[in-house]
Design a binder for this molecule. Structure first.
Ligand code: PHE
Length: 449
């Protein structure tokens, strides 16, 4: 194959890019309220354990297969086995991953577009441009379409730059900005009245709630979505990783950053909700749980910002920019999955591949916008609830059952000649072979039931 492949230029660049993929809307709008409604610190600890015991091994499966083959998901899984039928299975699994990544992007771009809309709406409103400001936050097909296209345009612009000049460069710029904004916002909100009650809700452990089986499965499901597993994003990023890097170590660092930012987001979201409560904004649903997800982001927090006048405009703009950045560093990793395949399979230029994949996904996303009630929830359910965990099992099966053990050891030996005595080699192959597929299987069956 004549195509020269990109490669991350530094370890930090890789970690920021992969953590950028992992840290997304899921971390900030899902995790904190889930933790608060489900036992606070006890949930947090359970989540941390699950992330490292189950999601980390699955992450390693993708990173190692990617780094070993230096190929996109379709060609990587096709190249692992020797037997023909298995090769076909690998190819089909890869294509299903590619399709799922594209489906996830098609709804993600709509939600991320809303974030862009809110972040522009506040400064425009403050400047007196009321009509534009209101248009950007009103739920209309034309506004949804416009913002989705804007966000897809940004995503395509980054991916067009390639691995070093697009993905790595922008991750290196955006991720530190994201972390700094998150810390600054949390530090400010923590000084406001009511914040400490939020902190208590977040951190005081309620052991009774954590031990329910449902909750464990929920936490595991969100750990998988949060680490971008099953759809080839981590695999393709791993394939751009230099042979000099120690994959188990950088993989652990990526997982740490992802989990760390989810935990950090809790120090912003929960205190903010209770500050809102102290100011008379409703933060509980009728069933008594904390409002979460879209209601939290698009009504509770705006109502809070509303009570703060000019400070509110600054806070709101910073907050929605933070969400937009988190979304962008994730969406580029989703788009890279089909783009890398088109480049490597059909020898297209990156420009053509990006245009083809980007426009195709944007068209489908437009279809979702125009048939919102029928399609939006459906696409999310199919891609994240079913497809993602099932593909997660498939990747573990490829890593644990189909990949030859000695080839795996050779892969680990590339930068660690003592790998055979390491903890990773003693534990991971067993884990990824039996434990991960079994547990993910239980999640899938339970979510189907
Ligand atoms: N991890 C991202 C988030 O938390 C979502 C994602 C899923 C990204 C699958 C890439 C692939 O929002």
């Amino acid at each position: 194959m004549a195509v020269t492949r990109g490669e991350f230029q530094s370890r930090v660049g890789f970690i920021l890019a992969a953590a950028g993929s992992a840290v997304g809307l899921g971390n900030i709008w899902g995790f904190p309220t889930q933790a608060a409604s489900n036992g606070g610190a006890a949930f947090l600890i359970t989540y941390l354990i699950l992330a490292f015991v189950l999601a980390y091994p699955a992450l390693m499966a993708e990173l190692l297969i990617g780094r070993h083959t230096h190929r996109n998901m379709v060609q990587a899984l096709e190249s692992l086995p020797d037997a023909r039928p298995l090769k076909l299975a690998g190819k089909l699994t890869g294509l299903a991953g590619l399709l799922t990544a594209s489906l996830i992007l098609s709804f993600y771009a709509i939600v991320a577009g809303w974030m862009l809309g809110f972040s522009a709406s506040y400064p425009l409103g403050a400047a007196g441009l009321m009509e534009a400001s209101e248009w950007l936050v009103a739920f209309t097909p034309s506004r949804n379409l416009f913002l989705m296209l804007g966000f897809m345009g940004l995503t395509m612009a980054v991916v067009l730059g390639g691995v070093e000049n697009g993905i790595e460069r922008w991750s290196r710029r955006l991720m530190p900005l994201l972390i700094a904004t998150l810390i600054a916002l949390a530090a400010y909100v923590l000084t406001l009245d009511g914040a400490l009650i939020g902190l208590q809700a977040y951190l005081l452990p309620d052991l009774g709630k954590v031990l329910s089986g449902d909750l464990l499965l929920d936490a595991l499901g969100s750990a998988f979505f949060s680490l971008s597993l099953g759809v080839g994003t981590m695999l393709i990023y791993g394939s751009y990783l230099s042979d000099q890097e120690n994959v188990p170590r950088v993989g652990a660092q990526v997982a740490l950053v992802d989990v760390g930012i989810a935990v950090l987001a809790g120090f912003l979201i929960l205190p903010a909700m209770y500050v809102a409560d102290a100011r008379g904004v409703a933060i509980f649903s009728e069933s008594g749980g904390l409002l979460s997800e879209d209601t939290l982001i698009f009504s509770v927090l705006p109502a809070l910002f509303e009570t703060m006048n000019t400070t509110g405009v600054w806070l709101a703009t910073a907050f929605f920019l933070l969400m937009s950045i988190a979304a962008l560093t994730s969406s580029i990793s989703m788009l890279e999955v089909p783009v890398a395949y088109l480049i490597e399979q059909f020898e297209l230029s990156r420009r053509r591949a990006t245009l083809l994949a980007g426009v195709g996904i944007a068209l489908f996303s437009a279809l979702v916008v125009l048939n919102f009630d029928a399609l939006f929830g459906l696409v999310i359910t199919i891609s994240t609830r079913y497809s993602q965990p099932i593909l997660g099992i498939a990747v573990c099966v490829f890593a644990g059952w189909i990949w030859h053990r000695d080839a795996l050891l050779r892969e680990l030996n590339k930068n660690d000649t003592n790998a055979v005595n390491g903890l990773f080699w003693r534990i991971w192959p067993f884990y990824v072979k039996y434990f991960c597929p079994a547990i993910i299987g239980i999640i899938v069956i339970q979510s189907i039931l």
